[in-house]
Design a binder for this molecule. Sequence first.
Ligand code: CUA
Length: 344
Amino acid sequence: MWTGFPLFPEQASTMAGRVDALYFFLLAISVFFSVLIFTAVIVFSVKFRRRSESERPQAILGSLALELTWSLIPLGITAIIFVWSADLFFSMSRPPREAMEVYVVGKRWMWKVQHLTGQREINELHVPVGMPVRLMLTSEDVIHSFFVPAFRVKKDALPGRYSTLWFQATRPGTYHLFCAEYCGTRHSGMVGTVTVMEPAAFQSWLSGGASGQSLAGAGQKLFQEMGCSTCHRADSQARGPNLDGVFGSTVQLEGGATLTADETYVRESIVTPSARVVAGYQPIMPTYQGLIGEESLMQLVAYIRSLNDKAGAAPAGHAAPAASPAPAAPARPATTGTGTERRP
Ligand code: CUA
């Protein structure tokens, strides 16, 4: 590759070539019409210049053919751009189901990364090559934006909610990670690296330096420590909904509305429990706003998601007995985000 004066970042993800193709198409259209218009301006200004003081041009009464041409051609071009970019947008916004999952918290001025297996990193992200990776992004303070130019992906990390970004790296290497949303004094220093590794090397990286506790395991510990389990339980003592199989299911709210219990709803139910109360329950849960950090919230979310796996392999997970053990994970061991499989 010509590295003397690179105009473009490397193409290191499955999306990079597709984004660049659209970009170059837009660029080519812009160049073509710029040249066409400027050429016409110059040629016409010479050809149709005023030749004498008394010259009066002939009146033009319009031309249907001309007007149809300059309407239909741009319509066709913009329709192509619309369909092409919509297709790309859908591909970028729909992570494959088997994607490995990583939780990322933006904070002035660093990126904090947690893997489902328990590894943590700061301003670094290690991923395997050739495997889709889904990031769950949130922010602890202001809006940040997670940007990896070599992958052609960028997504805002917003306080109070989760956003997702996915990519599949195509070649091992180290790539820049930027914050692409001005977030204060040291915004420009909120940078890091994404390290793409061969699957075997990634496995050994995963097994080294592990805290010994998975993300969901850490969440389970918190669930006990913070007393959540005293109300959220399966028996008749429960004062809050039993959470087995809740994740991804449709929840009936007080007042008749329904919603799908996703990461953002689970998080909201912890920090502002009274906002959307499940039908049949009293709004008695205290708020945990300010008592629990974003990383701990992600652990709790991961734990509540993992309850679906315990509830059995049936699609309607919450109908199965919660006591049955989690089925042995097939082929993809530690790297696969367990729980993503049953997302709606
Ligand atoms: Cu974070 Cu800019």
